[in-house]
Design a protein around this ligand. Structure first.
Ligand code: UD1
Ligand code: CA
Length: 460
């Protein structure tokens, strides 16, 4: 593609119909903000990342933060005076670049890069002033309608509110995605006039203006209209989220991941999963999670921002946040790995065990009912049922260390800070407050007393 291509993404509106204090483009679907999806689609099309300009206004600061590190530039639209006005705000940055200007709205997250590339190719090979993406919707309500001339070009775009009854029956809609010849766009954008009803400058009016100057606008109709859905309400947000997740699951399945009842599973856009891993119904795999090959993710489990090496088993209903599970680790069912945990290879975490900032060494086990916080637990340690690490004294958190091959008896209480050496035993029911050296049995419990005959005396 020889011509320079820049992209303007309009994202300054509040989105009144969302009924939210948060700018619409910051709402999330498929694990990313709506705007991030559009920027991702624009990136392969733009001649460079700096050729992408996001028009920001409502919550401009938060929008900038959401796009930080992508190299995108920003134009400020301080007052939301319509889509035409928003595009005009990019003039200073984009006009000097020349070439073609792609315009997309920040509320269309299903848009694919392939479609934008096709749009640019179509415009680059045509004498038209602009090419715009249209589609036919079974229910076009709310969208701008495409009025075609006899030649099949776009004569005008009529917004829902201004459409006559006859125009309202037009099924072909404006997607809000255009490719303009930059020279003509900047030459004529100043001719937009405020809409009499709303007082806004509508970008869509540029079609008639360009036609009036003897240019023409060609439609590029796409068959899969779902890609062009715009989000205006939370009902549409939910629908778009569903479609994005369906797309993600499909991609994963085609790359060798088994997903059982995929319609119930939620996988965020950035997640990676290796071959022959199985994901069971109602699992949620979120954020920047990376899962290896031959893993098993059980029903109802939620995994966020975590790394699972090959062969890890996550049994049903397990919650994992920012943790690392090495090869062959097994966790759950009903376990909770809150954050910053490292479960090393072959270690087991069983039901009703909670881990926080804890390392569980290779082959170590904590199979039932435990709280392990701020602890480093050595290889092959067995942590008995009901073990509690008292890591918090009401003011500060303290560390616990357990040496390799040690055995912590059931219902032990380890009062941090405390250290247990290697190969030691903690007797069941002990309260441990002092350092236990290597190869030592520690008993920290009252001796058992016996009173023969006491029950029958009481019964009398
Ligand atoms: C717009 C189109 C309509 C099209 C539909 C496709 C216009 C006038 N109408 O309608 O033809 O069918 O999109 O989804 O263009 N924005 C700004 N600044 C503003 C106003 C809006 O940056 O002053 C941004 C919004 O943040 C949003 C985008 O432009 O991302 C579209 O605005 P929205 O109000 O959703 O337009 P629609 O009514 O959906
Ligand atoms: Ca919209």
């Amino acid at each position: 593609m020889s011509e320079y291509v820049s992209v303007a993404i309009l994202a300054a509106g509040l989105g009144t119909r969302m009924r939210s204090r948060k700018a619409k483009v910051l709402h999330r679907a498929g694990g990313l903000t709506l705007l991030e999806h559009v920027v991702q689609a624009a990136t392969p099309v733009a001649s460079s990342p700096e050729a992408i300009v996001a028009v920001v206004g409502h919550q401009a600061e938060q929008v900038r933060v959401a796009l930080a590190g992508r190299g995108v530039r920003f134009a400020e639209q301080t007052e939301q005076k319509g889509t035409g006005h928003a595009l005009a705000c990019c003039r200073e940055i984009l006009q000097p670049l020349g070439g073609l200007v792609v315009v997309a709205y920040g509320d269309c997250p299903l848009l694919c890069p392939e479609t934008l590339l096709a749009l640019v190719a179509r415009q680059a090979s045509s004498p038209a002033a602009a090419t715009l993406i249209t589609t036919v919707l079974p229910d076009p309500h709310g969208y701008g309608r495409i009025v075609r001339d006899e030649a099949g070009n776009v004569a005008a775009i009529v917004e829902q509110k201004a459409a006559t009854e006859e125009q309202q029956r037009i099924g072909e809609i404006n997607s809000g995605i255009y490719c303009f010849r930059g020279d003509l766009l900047w030459k004529h954008i100043g001719e937009l006039h405020p809409n009499p009803a709303s007082g806004e400058l509508y970008l869509t009016d540029l079609v008639e203006i360009l036609n009036g100057h003897g240019h023409h606008i060609v439609p590029m109709e796409v068959a899969d209209s779902r890609e062009l859905l715009g989000v205006n309400t939370r009902v549409e947000l939910a629908e778009v989220d569903r479609l994005l997740r369906e797309r993600k699951s499909r991609e994963l399945m085609l790359s060798g991941v088994t997903i059982v009842r995929p319609e119930t599973v939620s996988v965020d856009a950035a997640v990676q999963i290796g071959m022959d891993t199985t994901v069971e119904p109602f699992a949620q795999i979120l954020g920047n999670t990376v899962i290896g090959e031959d893993c098993h993710i059980g029903t109802g489990s939620i995994i966020r921002d975590s790394i699972l090496e090959d062969g890890v088993r996550v049994e049903d209903f397990t919650l994992i946040g920012t943790s690392r599970l090495d090869r062959g680790a097994q966790v759950g069912p009903f376990a909770r790995l809150r954050f910053d945990n490292h479960v090393e290879s072959g270690a087991h975490v069983g039901n009703f065990v909670e881990l926080k900032k804890t390392r569980l060494g290779a082959g170590a086990k904590s199979m039932h009912l435990a709280y392990l916080g701020d602890a480093s637990i050595g290889d092959k340690v067995n942590v008995g049922a009901g073990t509690i690490i008292c890591n918090y004294d009401g003011k500060a958190k303290h560390q616990t260390k357990i040496g390799k091959n040690s055995f912590v008896g059931s219902n032990s209480t380890l009062v941090a800070p405390v250290e247990i050496g290697e190969g030691s035993y903690i007797a069941a029911g002990s309260v441990i407050t002092e350092t236990v050296p290597d190869d030592t049995l520690a008993l920290g419990r009252a001796r058992q007393a016996m009173k023969p005959g006491w029950p029958s005396r009481r019964r009398k």
